[in-house]
Design a protein around this ligand. Structure first.
Ligand code: TPP
Length: 265
């Protein structure tokens, strides 16, 4: 059941970016397992509780991987197929980056990198002040961690002992124009996050069992998960290939990708 849903989620992403001829398929494929585990297995978010102040909140700060969020929400039954059909096409209803006005399930408009952790830490503090339950999960890219605002938010979260704040790094080791560690060294990111006062886990971020274990852990400190992922995960010619940050599959590549996903998952 899990594998078949993940298969369909990945196929939908590839079809969306092919139809719209847009970028960021590699970023979407690396973060899929994180989003799937959160929405299907961990977070308390559904149609019935969406207006409740006690629900969980998931922020996809790396908003350029919106296709993954839309595909997961669609396969979970939380947004309609209209959102998938109209993804990033002229005259369509969904932009390539996330616009929170389009659905109550989009928690934050994102795409300008570096803002999710600050907003998430603010939400987490507000929940505490209002004595509301629920956790805040914020997903950033490793390149996004080059932004100073990410680290300001982490300092804020540990200062305020935000044990309801979970910071997840989609550590796929690439960004837009190069390998992350060649642009700005991030290989010691787990140590650094830990030194900022976080309970820190390093896991295989494309393994849903490891993700579930880390995402359900409780601590009296804020939690950080360095999710070691593969950019382009699931399609061999996209995996660990920088060019798939920006490229979109042509008709032939779409067929190969769909066949591979069908076989692999
Ligand atoms: C503030 C800001 N600067 C630059 C960009 C352009 N940009 C879009 S995606 C990207 C790379 C992000 O890399 P990473 O955070 O590692 O995410 P990945 O694509 O690898 O998942 C950049 C620089 C942006 N969206 N926002």
């Amino acid at each position: 059941m899990k594998d078949s849903v993940l298969k369909e989620i990945r196929k939908t992403i590839v079809k969306m970016v092919h139809k719209a001829k847009v970028s960021h398929v590699g970023a979407a494929m690396s973060v899929v397992d994180i989003l799937y585990t959160l929405y299907f297995d961990v977070a308390n978010i559904n149609k019935e509780n969406i207006t409740s102040p006690n629900r969980d909140i998931i922020i996809l700060s790396k908003g350029h991987s919106s296709a993954a969020l839309y595909s997961v929400l669609y396969h979970k039954g939380l947004i309609s197929s209209d959102f998938i059909e109209n993804y990033s096409i002229d005259g369509g209803s969904l932009p390539c980056h996330i616009d929170k006005e389009k659905s109550p399930f989009f928690e934050m408009s994102s795409g300008s990198l570096g803002h999710g952790p600050s907003l998430g830490a603010g939400f987490a503090l507000a929940k505490k002040m209002d004595k509301n339950s629920g956790r805040i999960f914020v997903i950033c890219g490793d390149g996004e961690c080059n932004e100073g605002s990410v680290w300001e938010a982490l300092m804020f979260a540990s200062t305020h002992k935000l044990d309801n704040f979970v910071f997840i790094i989609d550590y796929n080791k690439f960004q837009g124009f190069g390998a992350t560690n060649e642009v700005i060294e991030q290989s010691n990111i787990a140590e650094r996050v830990k030194s900022f006062g976080f309970e820190t886990f390093v896991i295989d971020g494309n393994n849903t069992d490891e993700l579930k274990k880390a995402l359900t852990d409780k601590s009296d400190k804020p939690i950080a998960i360095i999710a070691d992922t593969t950019k382009g995960k699931g399609v061999s010619f996209m995996e660990n290939k920088l060019e798939w940050h920006y490229k979109s599959p042509n008709d032939e590549q779409l067929e190969i990708a769909l066949a591979e996903i069908e076989k692999k998952y």
